[in-house]
Design a binder for this molecule. Structure first.
Ligand SMILES: Nc1ncnc2c1ncn2[C@@H]1O[C@H](COP(=O)(O)OP(=O)(O)OP(=O)(O)O)[C@@H](O)[C@H]1O
Ligand SMILES: [Mg+2]
Length: 209
């Protein structure tokens, strides 16, 4: 099994949309281990991927935890009267490629002692860091790379989202010593067809295999 972890520099950077494009292109299974609250459209990331990726329904795996509140998982769990057990967050065996989406950014807490980056380190699967192209991204992206590397998490590269910003993208690749995997433009309208076309035009599928 080949798992790829999709994380990001922040919440709302475009992890789910990128993960849908990637999972669709690979014919992968998609798994969001912890869903904390409804997203801005009232649904879940798994439902958004189901709508965007063009995958069979059985390729969207059920979450291990579905929490009520749209908060950091450690707090959302507490408010639901439970504690996330990281031992339950084992990568599912799918017999093929698997795309896994974290919540928020790399140092988001799952519990009061375990962060997402700790989980990524335990999984030892390569991480794609989704980053904005816009102002502020150099700081957020370099900080995220440092946090991942401090835990020896293998970083496949950075997937940018947004309008082209050649200097931001090149500066991150240079100072972060990281591969620029490509850039997903902001799509209007965001349809499965437009997303698949944009991914094919702006990324190289072989980079993810
Ligand atoms: N390439 C894109 N084109 C158009 N809209 C986009 C694109 N990427 C993201 N969006 C929109 O931006 C918003 C946030 O994107 P998304 O849900 O993918 O972020 P996220 O990083 O997964 O957030 P979360 O931390 O909540 O999981 C959504 O409304 C999404 O539809
Ligand atoms: Mg998401």
């Amino acid at each position: 099994m080949t798992a790829l972890i999709v994380t990001g520099t922040d919440t709302g950077v475009g992890k789910t949309v990128f993960a849908a494009a990637l999972a669709g292109a690979l014919g992968a299974h998609y798994w969001k281990p912890v869903q904390a609250g409804p997203d801005e459209d009232g649904g879940s990331d798994a439902l958004k991927v189901a709508a965007l990726a063009g995958l069979a329904p059985d390729h969207i795996l059920p979450e291990a935890y579905r929490l009520t509140q749209p908060l950091s998982p450690h707090r959302a769990a507490e408010l639901d009267g439970l504690e996330i057990d990281p031992a339950r967050l084992v990568l599912p065996e799918t017999g093929g490629p698997l795309v896994v989406e974290g919540a928020g950014g790399v140092l988001v807490p799952l519990t009061r002692t375990v962060l997402y980056a700790d989980l990524f380190a335990a999984w030892a699967a390569p991480v794609v860091l989704v980053a904005r192209t816009a102002l502020g991204t150099i700081n957020h992206t370099l900080l995220s790379l440092e946090a991942l590397r401090a835990r020896r998490v293998p970083v496949l590269g950075v997937a940018f989202v947004g309008d082209a910003n050649a200097d931001n993208e090149a500066t991150i690749a240079q100072l972060g010593e990281v591969r620029r995997l490509g850039r997903l433009p902001l799509l209007t309208p965001l349809t499965p067809e437009a997303l698949a076309r944009a991914f094919a035009a702006h990324f190289t599928l072989a980079d993810f295999r």
